[in-house]
Design a protein around this ligand. Structure first.
Ligand SMILES: Nc1ncnc2c1ncn2[C@@H]1O[C@H](COP(=O)(O)OP(=O)(O)OP(=O)(O)O)[C@@H](O)[C@H]1O
Length: 361
């Protein structure tokens, strides 16, 4: 099932044109600069933008069809929305805010206590909204949205006011909730890392249009610097947890489809079960290239590969794509290094990166 959009929305200096099919499975990330139209698109889906012209279909349910004068009101769409600012009722405590949602949804199959447990806010029940941190407010907003039992949850930059640690915890929480409730989500952000860590499919927006779409790793590995907007290019991948080496503070990883032991990689110890998958990324600036197989090096990760692309990024830097173990790795080098090593397409090289270069939240 999917949401099918064929929409045109016009403001004075901006138009959103979207002919898109968004899968109602997994988490879809929408990535783009500020002002690219991400929120406008979410608002159209939620029924919060009645100026939009065209059709919005949820499976075979028509949510909007301008030609037929059909427009299902937002409150009847059964679509949850968590905004950038949590939008809680400031005069109520946490329970009061959640009770309010329960009263509006007569048929909730989850109890308020179950949702409180799921969103890990037991200790906040009696607190007033003014006594909550930004991350705590977002948990409560999430609990409130879940209590209404939406069939789809829209999240508009819910982590933008959080520090790095709280972001990591929220990403983990959102992933758990998605899995436990099998609740499709559309998640908007301008952070490549948030989208990389959370989304299964990604749409990239620019100037009111979707310019790129596909599986998360594929889209992120093809992002152009104009979209990453100062965020470093990265290799996005999922690796299998092979074993933990607690004495060294390391976890051994492998490519998901690789024969065991063929292509060992190491990262700083990760709290995940053996054989589970780690969604991770390596910044292009964290990988270096050598022409000979490194010997006696302190850099723990070394892979042989072949250069399959060299792209100039600026006057003095280039992005090199090295295919190693059937995975493309993106490497950012200075023009000086590219010329010094005489790098060219088809050449066999070795890439190397430290354990802490394999990052995840
Ligand atoms: N109600 C409105 N009236 C006029 N212009 C609007 C309105 N809402 C949004 N816009 C304009 O539409 C464009 C897209 O806005 P939108 O909020 O969808 O972008 P965004 O990608 O979500 O940005 P951000 O990441 O900053 O939230 C912007 O130029 C914005 O100024």
């Amino acid at each position: 099932m999917s949401i099918a959009l064929n929409i045109h929305l016009e403001y004075d200096n901006f138009s959103l044109i979207s002919e898109e099919e968004i899968p109602l499975k997994g988490i879809t990330g929408i990535l783009g600069h500020s002002g690219s139209g991400k929120t406008s698109l979410l608002r159209v889906i939620a029924g919060l933008n009645s100026n939009a012209i065209g059709t919005v279909e949820y499976g075979d349910i028509i949510l909007q069809n301008t030609d037929r004068n059909t427009f299902i009101k937002s409150e009847l769409r059964n679509i949850g929305f968590v905004f950038q600012d949590a939008r809680l009722f400031p005069h109520l405590d946490v329970l009061g805010n959640l009770d309010f949602a329960v009263k509006r949804c007569q048929s909730s199959s989850m109890t308020i206590d179950e949702v409180i447990c799921l969103t890990q806010i037991e200790h906040l029940k009696k607190r007033h909204v003014g006594q909550l941190s930004a991350g705590e407010k977002q948990r409560v907003a999430l609990a409130r949205a879940i209590l209404a039992e939406p069939k789809l949850l829209l999240l508009d930059e819910p982590l933008s006011a959080l520090d790095n640690k709280a972001r990591g915890e929220m990403v983990e929480l959102l992933r758990n909730i998605h899995q436990r409730l099998d609740l499709p989500m559309i998640y908007v952000s301008h952070s490549v890392i948030e989208i990389q860590q959370l989304a299964d499919n990604v749409l990239v927006m620019e100037n009111g249009k979707v310019i790129q779409r596909g599986h998360v790793h594929q889209v992120i590995n093809q992002l152009h610097e104009s979209v990453t907007h100062g965020q470093t290019i990265q290799t996005s991948l999922s690796l299998k947890i092979q074993q933990h080496l607690p004495n060294f503070g390391l976890t051994q990883l492998d490519f998901i489809d690789a024969q065991p032991g063929n292509s060992r990689l190491y990262t700083n110890v990760v709290d995940k079960k053996i054989n589970s998958h780690l969604r991770c990324y390596i910044l292009a600036t964290d990988i270096s290239i050598t022409l000979q197989q490194p010997q006696d090096t302190s850099v723990i990760n070394n892979l042989q590969g072949v250069i399959n692309n060299i792209q100039r990024l600026s006057r003095n830097s280039a992005q090199i794509t090295v295919n190693a173990c059937a995975q493309d790795f993106l490497v950012k080098l200075t023009r000086y290094s590219v010329e010094k090593l005489k790098l060219e397409i088809g050449q066999t090289v070795y890439i190397q990166f430290k354990a802490n270069a394999i990052r995840s939240y």
